[in-house]
Design a protein around this ligand. Structure first.
Ligand code: SF4
Length: 233
């Protein structure tokens, strides 16, 4: 498949029902809702990646949030983690606006795609290893489709790192053994693909200062330059 296959892949992902616990959780969350979003019709389905099919930079998170992506149907959209991520992407020059409120808010990403190794919102933001492995073929297919243009990847957090490295190997990149360890600021080269580690943009990290706005922007700017994307100074 070439890059024209990515919209097709995204539609197939959105119909997936392979993980019984996650199907039940995402649909239950969509039924019950959070009071603040009572007038929303939740998406309640797997959330595909977001961004252009010829992206040079990929950002890999963990999984959609129950009242964020699972509500809006777009990755990192409608939750605090997404607010932090998209504001940083905007500041670095990789997004058209600093906010991500709903799927039709006009947000465009420039040369960047955002995805997750698990496409359904999990209870307590914790997918099981089995769910992570069940979802991996979707990430492998996405990586294969992006491969012609992809030059750099930022992985947010250790879970995403553990999930992504086997997917890179399956998609055709040489991943060394033992596998490179996750750390904030880690940088490895895999067959012409620059791989960066960054603490996840979760509230637990951003509220405590473990991940500061400057740290996030620094990783994103470095990765964008590695991918030869223009950045804002
Ligand atoms: S987590 Fe992935 S494999 Fe499991 S149901 Fe959702 S999309 Fe399908």
């Amino acid at each position: 498949m070439d890059s024209s296959g990515l919209p097709h892949l995204d539609r197939r992902i959105a119909d997936c029902r392979a993980c019984p616990r996650l199907v039940s959780w995402r649909e239950e969350t969509a039924r019950v809702k959070r009071a603040a979003f009572a007038d929303w019709t939740y998406w309640g389905r797997p959330v595909p990646g977001f961004g252009p099919a010829d992206a040079r930079l990929l950002i890999v998170g963990l999984a959609p949030a129950a009242h964020g992506g699972n509500r809006t149907g777009r990755m990192f959209t409608g939750d605090r983690s997404g607010d932090v991520l998209y504001e940083a992407l905007y500041d670095v020059g990789l997004a058209s606006q600093p906010t991500a409120v709903h799927a039709h808010d006009g947000l465009e990403l420039y040369g960047v795609r955002v995805t997750a190794p698990v496409h359904c919102a999990p209870p307590a933001n914790k997918p099981t290893p089995e769910e992570r492995d069940t979802c991996r073929p979707w990430l492998v297919q996405e990586l294969r489709l992006l491969r012609p243009t992809l030059r750099a990847v930022v992985v947010l957090g250790g879970f995403g790192w553990q999930a992504a490295l086997p997917a890179f190997a399956e998609a055709g990149w040489s991943v060394p053994r033992p596998r490179p360890a996750f750390a904030h600021g880690a940088r490895y080269l895999l067959d012409g693909l620059e791989l960066f580690g960054c603490f996840h943009v979760s509230q637990r990290n951003t509220f405590t200062g473990r991940l500061t706005p400057a740290m996030l922007r620094d990783v994103l700017r470095t990765a964008a330059r590695a991918a030869e994307l223009p950045t804002a100074s």
